[in-house]
Design a protein around this ligand. Structure first.
Ligand code: RTP
Ligand code: MG
Length: 220
């Protein structure tokens, strides 16, 4: 049976409602959860996972982003799951993703885009082995129930501040605002629905998004 390695990135995992809604959507498509782990990604795992992008200019930022705060890593299984999850997520860049797709609904901006999913059977296998060995992701009969509990616990809260975070990011880039007030606003918004998440993770994710804003302004 086909499998995909899916990672809800820090921007989805520390916003509890958003993470739960993404998970609920994927499970609702009939994808079975074979492994599920809420975890911090180490720098070495991040670098190996995105090894294909190591020469790209955005690589250091990508490693900073994915390691900034916890993620929800999982193995999903079903016929056609690889393409199915890619379609559900939508285009890589949030502003190019269809409005009804998961990145279109919950992504922040550009590559701050909620989730990773394997793009082919070969990468799915490599990534599954990597996340098992380097990330401690393990298959378990409980995984599906743990994921269901996560959805039941957090999805009904209805605390989704995607619009507010997007507006802040877009307007900061627009008016070249890299003041500390922007960073403080990011920390406030990312901290509003992050039960059980360390303050240090909220700060680190906010800083990664703030650094992204700075890079976008420099690129103009
Ligand atoms: P992913 O690997 O995370 O599932 O995303 P993807 O296949 O849709 O896109 P990919 O090209 O593999 O890029 C991996 C991640 O790198 C970030 N990115 N930033 N600033 C940029 O130009 C840029 N391009 C890519 C995104 O977080 C993307 O998901
Ligand atoms: Mg990719």
């Amino acid at each position: 049976m086909e499998r995909s390695l899916v990672v809800i990135k820090p921007d989805g995992a520390i916003r509890r409602t958003v993470g739960a809604l993404v998970l609920k959507d994927l499970m609702g498509r009939g994808y079975h959860v074979k492994a599920f782990k809420e975890m911090k990604v180490s720098e070495s795992l991040a670098k190996l996972h995105y090894d294909i992008h190591k020469e790209k200019p955005f690589f250091p930022w990508l490693v900073q982003f994915i390691t900034s705060a916890r993620v929800l890593a999982m193995i999903l299984e079903a016929d056609g799951v690889i393409q199915g999850v890619r379609d559900a997520l939508g285009a890589t860049f949030v502003q190019k993703a269809a409005p009804g797709s998961l990145r279109g609904k919950y992504g922040i901006w550009a590559g701050v885009n909620i989730a990773h999913a394997s793009d082919a059977p070969e990468t799915a296998t490599t990534e599954t082995v990597l996340w098992t060995k380097e990330g401690g992701l393990v298959e378990s009969d409980d995984a599906e129930n743990i994921a269901k509990d996560y959805v039941e616990r957090y999805a009904p809260r209805n605390l989704d501040f995607t619009k507010e975070i997007r507006a802040l990011v877009e307007s900061s880039i627009d008016v070249n605002d890299t003041s500390s007030a922007v960073l403080e606003s990011l920390e406030d918004l990312f901290g509003r629905d992050s039960e059980g998440v360390d303050e240090s993770e909220i700060k680190a994710l906010s800083l990664a998004v703030f650094d992204f804003i700075k890079e976008e302004i420099e690129k103009k």
